[in-house]
Ligand binder design. Sequence first.
Ligand code: ARG
Length: 430
Amino acid sequence: MSGRPRCVLAFSGGLDTTVAVHWLTHQRGFEVITLSADLGETRSAEELQYRALRAGAVAAHVVDAKEVLLTDFVFPSLQAGAMYQGVYPLATALGRPLIARLLVEVARETGASAVAHGCTAKGNDQVRFDVAVGALAPALQVVAPVREWSLGRTEEIAYAAEHGLEVKATRESPYSVDANLWGRSVETGVLEDPWQAPPEDAFEWTVEPAAAPSEGVIIEIHFEQGVPTRLDGQGVSPVELVGRLNDLGGAHGIGRIDHVEDRLVGIKSREVYEAPAAVILDTAHRAVESLTLSRDVLRFKRQVADEWAQLTYDGLWYSALRQSLYAFVRSTQQFVSGEVRLQLRQGALTLLGRSSPASLYSRELATYERAQDRFRHQSAEGFLNIFGLPLRTQAAVQGNLWEETKPLLPSMPRGIAEGPGGEPEHAQSD
Ligand code: ARG
């Protein structure tokens, strides 16, 4: 090999990264090695290698990273319950730190001094790459050709033509799309008008709910310690499970998400997602948690989920905080095992049932049937005496709460309505 510095480029095979191979080689003097991570939605390995080498790369790696995407990134986030702004399952955001990890690995193996990605200056993805590489290998230089050059799409096509780069004139999607097993993210084009409903051509994984079969389908998912392990009673690998739920959910119109989202760079942006498996598994996982986690853990965990989602979205996957939160999340999942039954029907996902060997739900406590009831009704009075004590104290000492309320029955003059017993109540001390 030559004495030129090496750069490992995250390569999708599209126009941007194909031009980037040439640009890094000729404008920046790098020897370019490409890395394409197969996260479930990529071109074929042969095509990627062919395109990279044709554009001037000295080596082209394609790595199957589907399983590690799910086990190391997606399932921990599922266990955390992370949804950015409550709705986005973070597919793209979870893929980036994994690709960054692979870039660093290839850079280490090949003695490269730089890594590169094809992200623009306006998005979140550049942040995720730059920050993750900085965390894993601070000495590596990060180059972002698309951010640096000032080529628009037309100029890129011209550049490609001028340098004999083969960028197959495929049917150009009117959208910017990123997809992996956990979901498909769609932006730009007509979607930039938040008033316009997304046209059907924005969707590839899901059918329009009304066009889905009216009889729907019922499925059962089994979880072990917060991780889905079986579908309809059959053990399935993570990749198979998520793939099958994407197909099934998509066929029943499940998993379309239309969201005006806040990017880290301060821009509001209209995003459309398709994430059938993510939506199904998140609903199912929450159902097992509702049986097996205490009220306090559930409440605290919601804050952790929000924090986790934001850290992930903001490219801080490798931060100390995200890692410490995982210690908490993992410990909450010890008893999150059980079965969930769901119906998928014309875009509606309905939870039909849940069960767990570690369920905290007690029929004998919950029932309103006298014969089976084991709840001690007599205890309620004493409990309320104590539980309500601070408020009665407040009323007795600072007590103009009642005077401050507006009469709801204006015809009835204040003072006539007396509580039962007539006597104002005083705070008791023990
Ligand atoms: N808005 C999403 C995110 O920030 C998706 C980004 C999709 N990227 C793309 N190149 N279309 O995670």
